[in-house]
Design a protein around this ligand. Structure first.
Ligand code: HEM
Length: 217
């Protein structure tokens, strides 16, 4: 862990020891720890993972998704006319401009040839789900934002053993946030030019540094 991560882990440890959490999953984890299921290090790193994995991703998913709606007014209108489309719309937002770029790094067990590249045994590999979600072999017109695509086939929540543990919660959070936002602020628009938006420079997270919007016409 780097210095900031160590500092945050120590801060969380202090909160957990002082009992400064409200019910829910943290309480469950503390109870399991007290029952001897795992040590303090696992308790703190699990709390860290939930906060870290659960916070930025959902925020960036909602922001990137609302940006996609603003950039595609006909899709925004379709969703406003038929709010029942929100589930499909949120799935398409995850495919089109999801909040995770690369998965956590993996290490190759054996040499693999992929496209024109050779990945050697032991190489560290970052797989971009953002790129996979625009794969023309998988998605028709991958660069088109279409909230009526009929199946959720994106990889925004990963795949396999490490598939996102919070995907159901994230889906509910995004659906509630987007529905509420569009109902309360139906004339949302960008307050700056598209090319003025700055994106965070991160291999893992894909989100804007700021998202300036106007709420009236
Ligand atoms: C839109 C929101 C979210 C997205 C796009 C997302 C995406 C992902 C992805 C791609 C992975 C797999 C990482 C990998 O294989 O390297 C992952 C893992 C994980 N996510 Fe999420 N996530 C979201 C929200 C959440 C929330 C709300 C929580 C919990 C409150 C959460 C908890 C976790 C945990 C604990 C893992 C690790 C699972 C494991 O390693 O077995 N995520 N997430």
């Amino acid at each position: 862990m780097n210095a900031a991560q160590n500092e945050f882990a120590a801060y969380l440890d202090g909160l957990l020891q002082a009992g400064l959490y409200i019910g829910g999953i943290l309480e469950e984890l503390v109870n399991l720890h007290r029952a001897g299921e795992f040590d303090r290090r696992v308790l703190v790193s699990s709390a860290f993972l939930f906060l870290d994995a659960g916070h930025d991703n959902v925020g960036n998913h909602i922001a990137n998704g609302v940006l996609a709606l603003i950039r595609h007014p006909e899709q925004m209108r379709a969703l406003q006319d038929n709010p029942a489309l929100v589930k499909d719309a949120a799935a398409e937002m995850l495919r089109y401009d999801g909040p995770v770029d690369c998965l956590r790094p993996r290490y190759a067990f054996e040499a693999v040839e992929l496209g024109s590249q050779v990945i050697r045994r032991g190489d560290k590999v970052y797989a971009s789900v953002l790129a996979a979600n625009r794969d023309p072999e998988k998605f028709e017109n991958p660069n088109v934002f279409d909230i009526t695509r009929d199946k959720e086939q994106h990889l925004a929540f990963g795949k396999g053993d490490h598939f996102c543990l919070g995907s159901q919660l994230a889906r509910i959070e995004a659906e509630v946030a987007i529905t509420t936002l569009l109902a309360r602020r139906p004339t949302l628009s960008l307050a700056v030019g598209l090319d003025e938006i700055e994106w965070n420079e991160s291999l893992l997270l894909h989100g804007m540094k700021a998202f300036p919007v106007r709420v009236g016409k």
